[in-house]
Design a protein around this ligand. Structure first.
Ligand code: NAD
Length: 496
């Protein structure tokens, strides 16, 4: 059992080190690797530490999973789902504590953290509903012959998660994997390992048997060991494209199932007939929310034709954002340097910085960048093509919808895309053509709510299907088809 997180405000709060959870016990790594600070990005100060684990720790987690799996898979699905019902109750009861913990280790505001935990709860609710959704099919396929489809667990499976949603992204995977009957090993981001640690406690309190949920703290070495370990049957990954592609390749090569979600460069198409207030409100929320550190954040605004009246409103609203209150810090000093580097470069290349957050600072020592708008950017500038992952909107001006679609579809990513218009025809033309898996009409962050599955296209996703919803259950289970016959039929067919 770890301790509950005591803070109920942004006041700096230090806690004990992050540990591994193996076979129901909190442990330090067997052969401790590098010790890293867990920074509270608001202050740039260490609130805890994490020691990187090695292969022996992963091996111990796999052994614990393998030992616990046979009994767990025997639990009827309804009983496994009951654990998630209890987890949901505990998450609701401890919503404030969990939200403050996410806020401290990730940096996002309390409101954004609460929204993250609530979305995590929604994913848990999907898991609770699985016994009602996941019934197989049975059909008399020939006289006296029945075919039945059952979903079975894979065994020990693993998830690797990023820094930007420490509580929600693990919950994209866990409900389906656990209700599906697997044992799970989580390797959280070494920057934010504390939220998943609390999740480990809450799952234990919910009655999950020891060894069914294990946590191995670590970095690249553990990720590669997960890909290679013969005892692990499937890998879910969420993070940057470079790593997603590498993990997908390595895990697949080892014969594992892999579904690896990568980075993004999301485009918003704004046309002159768009509602000014709705568009401005939405665009600002999309590019500044969670300090732009969302794979669904707006990144490029494709301004089609005469839309200056809308762009001015976007600027006006973004300028009113109060750093520290409405907008949190970015994750590290390196992230701040990367983000401001993109803004500097765009300026040098001739773009106009119409709102400049480079000098924003809410708390001494923290990693702050204020809302920034880069206007008159060229479509081939790095700020318009690469993932910046900060509160920065790059505006590219075009004359026609066709040009907007061309720019959008030439980008290798394919996570999200939105159009702002009051014309159903324009909305449909964009929705029909755009190369993105999650699209919005007058919605800046078109995250599909459960039960609709979350997952992008192209370089934003390697592997097949979505990670949440029904696809998630299919990913973490395998189908067995049983064909049976109990008596010799008098009127036999070829199949009998
Ligand atoms: P990251 O790729 O740096 O890290 C993700 C995970 O991979 C972490 O657990 C980390 O320890 C591990 N890792 C990092 N480098 C590695 C390497 N070289 N080899 C093996 N493992 C490695 O990503 P991040 O900075 O934590 O998160 C931000 C990224 O995640 C952004 O690109 C964002 O768009 C993306 N993201 C995508 C989605 C989505 O659904 N598509 C959701 C959230 C975040």
């Amino acid at each position: 059992m770890t301790t509950t997180f005591p803070a109920r405000s942004y006041d700096f709060t230090a806690v004990g080190p992050a540990r591994n959870l193996i076979g129901g016990e909190w442990r330090d790594p067997a052969a401790p690797g590098e010790k890293l600070d867990i920074l509270n990005p608001r202050f740039g100060k260490a609130m805890s530490t994490v020691t990187l684990s090695g292969k022996a720790d992963l091996d111990a987690a796999v052994k614990a999973g393998l030992a616990a799996f046979p009994a767990w898979r025997e639990w009827p699905i309804r009983e496994r789902a009951q654990v998630l019902y209890r987890l949901r109750e505990l998450m609701v009861k401890n919503l404030d504590e969990l939200s403050w913990l996410v806020s401290h280790e990730n940096g996002k505001t309390f409101g954004e953290s609460k929204a993250e935990v609530e979305k995590g709860i929604e994913c848990v609710e999907y898991g609770c509903a699985l016994p009602n959704i996941a019934s197989g099919n049975q059909l008399e396929v020939s006289r006296g012959v029945a075919c039945e489809l059952v979903y079975e667990p894979l065994g020990v499976v693993a998830g690797i998660t990023p820094f930007n949603f420490p509580m929600m992204v693990p919950l994209w995977m866990l409900p389906q994997a656990l209700v599906g009957g697997n044992a799970f090993i989580l390797k959280p981001s070494e920057r934010v390992p504390l939220s998943t640690q609390r999740l480990g406690d809450l799952l234990a309190e919910s009655g999950l048997p020891k060894g069914i949920f294990n946590i191995v703290q670590g970095g690249r070495e553990i990720v590669e060991a997960i890909c290679d370990h013969p005892g692990i049957k499937a890998v879910g990954f969420v993070g940057s494209t470079k790593v997603a592609k590498a993990v997908y390749g390595r895990a697949s090569f080892e014969g594992k199932r892999a579904l690896c979600l990568g980075g993004a460069k999301n485009h918003l198409v704004v046309v002159p007939d768009a509602d000014v207030e709705l568009t401005a409100e939405n665009v600002v929320a999309s590019f500044t929310g969670c300090a732009g550190q969302r794979c669904m954040a707006a990144s490029v605004l494709l301004a089609v034709g005469k839309v200056d009246h809308i762009l001015e409103k976007v600027r006006e609203k973004a300028a009113k954002i109060v750093l520290g209150k409405d907008l949190g810090p970015v994750t590290t000093q390196a992230a701040k340097a990367r983000i401001t580097g993109y803004i500097d470069a765009a300026e040098k290349q001739g773009a106009k910085i119409v709102l400049d957050g480079r000098k924003g600072q809410a708390e001494a020592g923290g990693y702050w960048v204020g809302p920034t708008i880069i206007d008159h950017a060229k479509a081939d500038m790095p700020a318009a093509r690469e993932e910046i992952f900060g509160p920065v909107l790059t505006v590219v001006r075009v004359d026609t919808l066709e040009q907007a679609l061309e720019i959008e579809n030439s980008n290798p990513y394919g996570n999200a895309s939105s159009v702002y218009t009051s014309s159903g025809d324009i909305a449909k033309r964009v929705m029909d053509r755009v190369e993105a898996g999650m699209c919005g009409v007058n919605v800046g962050v078109p995250v599909p709510r459960e039960p609709f599955g979350f997952g992008g296209w192209n370089d934003s996703c390697f592997g097949h299907g979505n990670i949440t919803g029904w696809d998630g259950y299919r990913f973490w289970t395998r189908q067995r088809k049983i064909t049976s016959k109990w008596a010799v039929q008098k009127d036999q067919t070829w199949m009998s």
